[in-house]
Structure formats: structure tokens, C-alpha cells
Design a protein around this ligand. Sequence first.
Ligand code: TXA
Ligand code: MG
Length: 321
Amino acid sequence: MRTITVDPNSPDRRLLQPAAGALLAGSLVAFPTETVYGLGALAFDPVAAGRIFEAKGRPADDPLIVHVRPHWDLGGIFADTNATIRDLARLHWPGPLTIVAPKHHSVPDVVTAGRSTVAVRAPSHPVAVMLLDMVGVPLAAPSANRFAYVSPTTAAHVAADLGDLIDVLVDAGPTSIGIESTIVLVDGERLSVLRPGSIQLDGVDTNLSAPASQAPGRRDVHYSPNAPTRALEAGGRLPSDAGSGTLVGFDDSEPAPPGWGFVSLGSRDDLTAVARRLYGMLREIDRNEPERIVVEFTGRGGLGEAVDDRIRRAAGGQIVY
Ligand code: TXA
Ligand code: MG
């Protein structure tokens, strides 16, 4: 693997040339987006896109997000780029919103895992933007982690998970949002959120119980550390007989019982910082192989809902305290 280090705000085009070249040659390139690092390949090259599944150990039935520039013609990606899709894109692209809608027949089946819908987003990170501009065609990119592990928010996370399996890693430092994009399903004029994120859509319900057929990535165990992980209700207190492990909470959390380590994600009033820290913190704690990890919910709405969704996933849905 070759690592290319670039400035996150104004990347040098010449430095990115080998990354663009590798993508155009059908290779795998990990690059930063504003949410998490992505593992990119040409979306319209089924062999290249197939390599993503191999590298991640991702099941073939879990579709990929197609990354584009906002001004590109979506005619060959969505079957019908209707007014609802256009409005969402105009309001939120470039940015962390992924739009799922019926796919154009030319999108390779490997990308959509054989589904009739495709997920598309236009990232805003200057490095992702420049790479897309240089390559000039859509890139399929899931989060650049080993399947079902915690998403990567730094290049070091990507290297730890996939170092031997990718061709180029573009390092532009930590990502700014820290959790994955909001995913919205467009069904005619009807919208439903399949995965909450930092973009909140007013008046649109979050359908966390969407059938697996609509939300294939919403498996019970996802974004999970290796150590057994559980969630704690917001403001809750661990019972004294909870064994030992590491509690991840906030500055105002109840004290952990004796025998427990405690790490704070910061103030619940600064959810932007909490979201940015969450995955790095989970990875760091996991490296020390604690007996168990317990993560307290934020208990907040808005971005808190998205963070609590990731905590619930990390805990495999197991809220025991
Ligand atoms: O912020 C993000 O979205 C990051 C960056 C790299 O763009 N990407 C990301 O990709 O989180 P990934 O593959 O880790 O998560 C994408 C989710 C998966 O749960 C997948 O199942 C779901 O999107 N997805 C993809 N295509 C879909 C479709 N047609 N219908 C429903 N869900 C879909
Ligand atoms: Mg992922």
C-alpha cells in the first residue's frame, strides 16, 4: 500500500495523481470524506467494485454507495431523477446525505447487490471532491473498515484494518463529522430515513425498523468493537455487580463502579465533538482489549439521535443497563 499525505483543505492535485490513476486502472483507493474514510473503486467497473467486497470481507448482499459530484448528470444512475431527488440534492449536496431511489439499468448489479435501488451521495470533503473531478466518473465507496467493525475516521484506522488489501491510502487527517451520512429512501414523493446522520430532514420519519430488504446495512451487529459492547441509558448508572470494563460516557455521567475505567466523549451539549470522537475512542479502547465496553447514550435529539443509533449498533442492540 502506498500512502499519500495531502492537505485536507487545499489538496495538491499533483500529489493526488497516483490515487486518481490507480482508481482509473481499477484499483482500490481509500480516501477521506467529511463523514468517514471511504474505500473507493470505479462504480461502473464491476470487477473493480467487486474488489471492495473482497477487501472488506463484506457480504455480497450489502450494497455500496455511489459517490458523485453534485452537477453530474444523474440520468445514468437513477432510473428517474424526479423533483424530490433534485430538491434533496439541491438542498444538501455536496454533503453527508445519501439518496436511495430506483436505479438505472446501467448501474452494475455488484454495486447495488442486485437491488432495484441505488444509493448515491455527493461528498463535500475537498479531497473527495478533487479525486472525483480528476477521475471524472462515479466511485463506489463504503466506509473503509473491515466488515462490521467500527468505521474509520483517520488514515491510521484504515491502515490498521485494510493496509495490506488496498493500493493507495490518501491521508488528509481526521474527518470532520465522524459518523456516516444520513441515508434517505425516496419512494415517489415519500421520504424515509434509513440511517440517521448529521443532516436532519424536517418532518421525515426515521424508519429504523425498515425491513432488511430496504435497509440491508442495518444488521444487528454493525460498527462493533471486538470487546463485548453494551449500551447504557442516558444518565444511567452501572450497577456495582457489572463486572469490569471500560465505560464510555460524558462529562456529566454518573461515576463508574470500582474496577471500571471511564472515558468521556465530552459534553452532551457539544454533540458535534461527540460524533467526531466516538469511533476513534471506541477503536482506542478496543485496542486495550477490555473485558467489556459500555457506552452511554447521549439521550439527545438531532445529531444525538444519529450518535445514539451508532451506539445502539455498536452494542448489537443490547441495552442491558
Ligand atoms: O458517510 C458515508 O455514507 C460513508 C462515506 C464513505 O461516504 N459511506 C458509508 O458506506 O457509510 P457504507 O457502505 O459503510 O454504508 C452504506 C449503507 C450500508 O448500510 C448499505 O447497506 C446501505 O448504505 N445501502 C447502500 N445501497 C442501498 C440501497 N440501495 N438501499 C438501501 N440501503 C443501501
Ligand atoms: Mg460501513
